[in-house]
Design a protein around this ligand. Structure first.
Ligand code: C2E
Ligand code: CA
Ligand code: CA
Length: 258
């Protein structure tokens, strides 16, 4: 019942402005801003804050995700245009359904034209599971996107059991290591060794790594020692408004370590 109700409310709230995007900084190990991830927020008029972990799967099931996805992409294009002068990109999450949708490329092309954003300021994140669903189809789509100037990022890397042979062929530059592989690195030598082996594997294929869910200075130090490239996590910054991310980009300051 809740799912049905949320689906209906989502349809209304999206057009009435009840949803918005926030942006979480992606920094290098020194704290310098490199990009950000667009994350959806829904403040329900009665039920209060609802997590994307709850409403995105509902939207995927009902098909509403295609409308939400277009809205998100368009909003992200506008923010990417504002951040482009500072060399900061915006990374947008994309569900499996949207990624394989016919018409996606035409839609993106249209949005790039309308917002006159440089496609290099925009990235698409798809999960490893999405890419492994049908690897050949996913790789062909990634190549088409690349021909438009857009890079694809593999999200939640390590959770989808991707065949290692595909890692070599994947037309992507960036992998995001899932938080589950990071949580224990400062406390458990085995977790640290495992994390290091994932980093080395990716490096041997010349991929850059974003390490997600970093919450402590000890974890930052380990990422730096293991030669990880970029960090996204509450330690540096939580997701923030468009105005705030622009201000950080414009000030070129290194994010303080809280
Ligand atoms: P994700 O793509 O893996 O996004 C990262 C999630 O980890 C975000 O949660 C972020 O706020 C959280 N996070 C980042 N750093 C830390 C940290 O240091 N500690 C902890 N505990 N968490 C951290 P969020 O915003 O709740 O998003 C959850 C998921 O919802 C996302 O996971 C993504 O799968 C989905 N999602 C969010 N926005 C969109 C969207 O616009 N489209 C689609 N298709 N999915 C979205
Ligand atoms: Ca993501
Ligand atoms: Ca992730």
């Amino acid at each position: 019942k809740r799912r049905l109700q949320l689906d209906g409310d989502m349809r209304r709230n999206l057009s009435e402005g009840g949803m918005h995007l926030v942006y979480q900084p992606i920094v290098d190990v020194e704290g310098k801003l490199h990009g950000c991830e667009a994350l959806m927020r829904w403040q329900h008029p009665i039920k209060g804050f609802i997590s994307p972990n709850e409403f995105i799967p509902i939207a995927e099931e009902s098909g509403l995700i295609n409308i939400i996805g277009k809205w998100t992409l368009f909003e992200a294009c506008k923010t990417a245009k504002l951040l482009a002068p500072y060399g900061v990109y915006v990374s947008v999450n994309m569900s499996a359904h949207e990624f394989s949708r016919a018409g996606l490329l035409e839609d993106i092309e249209g949005m790039i034209k309308t917002t006159s954003v440089n496609p290099e300021s925009l990235r698409l994140e798809i999960t490893e599971t999405t890419s492994m669903d049908n690897p050949d189809r996913a790789m062909s789509r990634m190549r088409d996107l690349r021909s438009l100037g857009l890079e694809t990022v593999i999200d939640d890397f390590g959770t989808g059991y991707s065949s290692l042979s595909y890692l070599k062929e994947l037309p992507v530059e960036i992998l995001k290591i899932d938080k589950t592989f990071v949580d224990g690195i400062a406390k458990d030598v085995d977790d640290r060794a495992f994390f290091e082996s994932i980093v080395n594997m990716a490096k041997s294929r010349h991929k850059k790594l974003v390490v997600e869910g970093i919450e402590s200075p000890e974890q930052v130090a380990i990422v730096a020692e293991c030669d990880g490239d970029y960090i996204q996590g509450y330690y540096f910054a939580k997701p923030m408004s468009t105005d705030d991310i622009i201000q950080i980009a414009a000030s070129e300051t290194v994010l303080p370590r809280s």
